[in-house]
Unconditional design. Structure first.
Ligand code: B12
Ligand code: SF4
Length: 588
């Protein structure tokens, strides 16, 4: 029986871990072919590729991002070849598998819950023509009837699953690999599926180290640990991180979902030593309202979270990403504004504003009536409204989310935004609301925008608002552009009054031994022609560095300055700057 395992990933850069585990777990009894697609590929193409493989059984791994597309593909495959057996597994079919079989006659089998042992049992039962009623975790048809077998207990020892990363060729080069060092979560958040499985199980640490070595050698771009709370076991987490730090790999980073209030001083001290950009942390805040946090089954110590996040920020080596969810119980639009401002004020590298999805199997979906949830019962099950927030308000938050993604995340407008928010608004949320009104008035929300255009639109917004400190703002915008867009010419709309230095003058200054010794010792022997691509020498109408150092106080704007800016290629710190006004004035 020729068997294929497949899935539709959300993007090409992603890969699916489940089908890799499943095929490894049965490799001694069956050769299973693996093939992956993405939801962006043409449905006809996917169907044709699978059909050409002439399989007897195809298993699909289903998630919220691919269920609809997967079902379409399955339907065509079955019409084309009625003898083909189709099996579905994964979180999207785990909680209502019987209904899915009932509504989609072209699906033959569903395996619900953890898949490895059930899949193995299922294959050997089919191959030996045994009775399917003994296969725990299986849902199948018997004539018109749909039979749901007993659930299967979780694997007692995860190490029974052979590692899919024992040999890593170049198949993951420059891609994202999802990696699991533990399964399960100690917490019980009511919007999340991880709360449906009890207990946390761990893979053997030596196996994890071996896999990580292989992935590093395979030149993976990012290893995303899918462990639900990576720091649930501090010692285990530290041993993994220490291993990575000792390996000191280049051009790869490791992403972890961590619970910030569990990070203690020992762990803080430890991570402070990591190389810049090696680790990334994703931290779920979700809301800062106590009643909401309680209703969703979380136990966040918000003060501790803030202290930890600020401390990590001060190290300047770890990219932090904070999550908020709009549409949670008891959180109105006005109250969400407070959650947003509190999170925004932590000034991490990325703020992600998500919208609640009522996932099948989640506590909030089961309690939807209590909170008056309205949503469309189709993936992604995103809420439309609840007792506390209206659809119009959700739409407005989506507009804000889009602007935060464009203007805040990535840090390309850092100083301009900081000046604007500190001097003209009550908080970040008010600024984004104001920008959103302008954005929609101009219909910019209907278009896509290059980064350069985003600078242009922000400049126009500043002009439109008529802020009295527009000179400062235009200089900050120029500074933001130059620092964050290496080797790109300054667009003419960002030029300020103070004249650009001529190329000849810049060359002459960059030859100065004193300057090279003081600021660019590592570039001392580099030809000026080359050095000019690594640095910028720019004039500003104001004393830009002093203004920033003085908390963006417009009264501290000072006089014209010349700034030397060096590009760093860092993920967090992109550039370094020095005020070299005196030196320049001596020379010109
Ligand atoms: C990786 C991942 C992603 C990746 C996608 C990767 C890809 N391949 O394209 C990214 C980051 C893009 C992503 C995005 C989102 N994700 Co996500 N994501 C995950 C994550 C962290 C890991 C999935 C995984 O590989 N798990 C490890 C494998 C081994 O476990 P498993 O998937 O459960 O598989 C087991 C069984 O389900 C079963 N099984 C699975 N497939 C099959 C197939 C067969 C044939 C069989 C027999 C068995 C079987 O056996 C497996 C082994 O035991 C999970 C959380 C988690 N830790 O599982 C969330 C999770 C899948 N995501 C979730 C959600 C909600 C989202 C988002 C909607 C979040 C958002 N933005 O609001 C988005 C949607 C993206 C979109 N484009 O629409 C939910 C999904 C619920 C669902 N019903 O699918 C999860 C479970 C997290 C949660 N909060 O509860 N996600
Ligand atoms: S949201 Fe995070 S902490 Fe909460 S149950 Fe899910 S994985 Fe665990």
């Amino acid at each position: 029986m020729k068997t294929i395992l497949t899935t539709l990933n959300s993007k090409y850069i992603h890969s699916n871990l489940a089908i890799r585990y499943l095929s490894k777990y049965v490799e001694d009894i069956k050769d299973v072919a693996l093939v992956e697609f993405t939801i962006n590929q043409d449905r006809d193409f996917i169907t044709a590729e699978l059909h050409k493989m002439e399989a007897d059984l195809i298993g699909f791994s289903t998630y919220i991002w691919n269920l609809n597309e997967t079902l379409e593909v399955c339907q065509v495959l079955k019409i084309a070849n009625p003898n083909l057996k189709i099996l579905l597994g994964g979180p999207e079919v785990t909680f209502d598998g019987e209904k899915i079989l009932k509504n989609h006659p072209y699906i033959d089998f569903i395996i619900y819950g953890e898949g490895e042992e059930s899949f193995r049992d299922f294959l050997s039962t089919l191959d030996n023509n045994r009775d399917l009623s003994s296969v725990k975790g299986l849902i199948y048809r018997e004539g018109e009837r749909i039979i749901k077998n007993q659930p299967r207990p979780l694997l007692a020892d995860l190490n029974q699953i052979p590692s899919p990363y024992e040999q890593v060729g170049k198949e993951f080069k420059n891609r994202i690999v999802y990696y699991e060092s533990s399964r399960g979560c100690p917490f019980n958040c009511q919007f999340c599926l991880s709360s449906t499985i009890r207990g946390v199980r761990y893979f053997n640490i030596e196996r994890v180290k071996k896999d990580l070595s292989n992935l590093i050698e395979g030149q993976v771009r990012q290893v995303k640990f899918i462990d639900r709370t990576f720091n649930a076991n501090k010692r285990y987490a530290m041993e993994i991180m220490q291993f990575i730090m000792d390996k000191d790999p280049e051009n790869i980073n490791f992403h972890f979902e961590v619970t910030a209030h569990l990070i203690d001083y020992e762990l803080l001290d430890f991570i402070s030593q990591a190389k810049e950009g090696l680790f990334q942390f994703e931290i779920g805040v979700q809301s800062t309202k106590d009643k909401t946090i309680e209703a969703i089954g979380r136990t966040t110590d918000l003060d501790k979270l803030k202290t930890v996040v600020r401390k990590i920020k001060s190290f300047g080596n770890i990219h932090q990403h904070l999550d908020l969810i709009a549409g949670l119980p008891y959180e109105s639009y006005e109250r969400f504004k407070k959650s947003f401002n509190e999170v925004y004020d932590l000034k991490v590298e990325k703020v992600q504003l998500g919208f609640l999805k009522l996932l099948k199997g989640s506590g909030l979906r089961n309690n939807q009536k209590k909170y008056g949830y309205k949503y469309l019962n189709k993936p992604p099950y995103e809420i439309i409204s609840n007792n506390y927030i209206s659809y119009s308000q959700i739409i407005r938050l989506k507009g804000i989310e889009d602007l935060v993604e464009k203007y805040y995340n990535g840090g390309y407008f850092e100083h301009t935004l900081e000046f604007l928010i500190r001097n003209f608004y009550q908080g970040a949320f008010d600024f984004y609301e104001d920008l959103l009104d302008y954005w929609e008035e101009k219909s910019y929300h209907k278009l896509s925008h290059s980064r350069k255009n985003l600078y242009k639109h922000l400049k126009d917004f500043i002009k439109h608002k008529g802020y009295k400190d527009s000179k400062i703002l235009f200089n900050l915008l120029k500074y933001d552009f130059l620092g964050n867009n290496p080797r790109t010419n300054l667009p003419s709309f960002l030029e300020t009054r103070s004249p650009a230095l001529s190329r000849r003058t810049v060359h002459q200054i960059l030859k100065e031994e004193g300057l090279l010794n003081k600021y660019l010792p590592e570039h001392k022997n580099m030809a000026t022609k080359k050095l000019i691509n690594q640095v910028q020498l720019v004039s500003f109408d104001i004393n830009i560095l002093e203004l920033i150092d003085n908390g963006y106080n417009p009264y501290k704007k000072g006089e014209e300055t010349f700034i030397l800016l060096k590009y760093m290629d860092g993920q967090i710190n992109r550039y370094q700057t020095w005020d070299i006004t005196e030196l320049v004035k001596e020379l010109i």
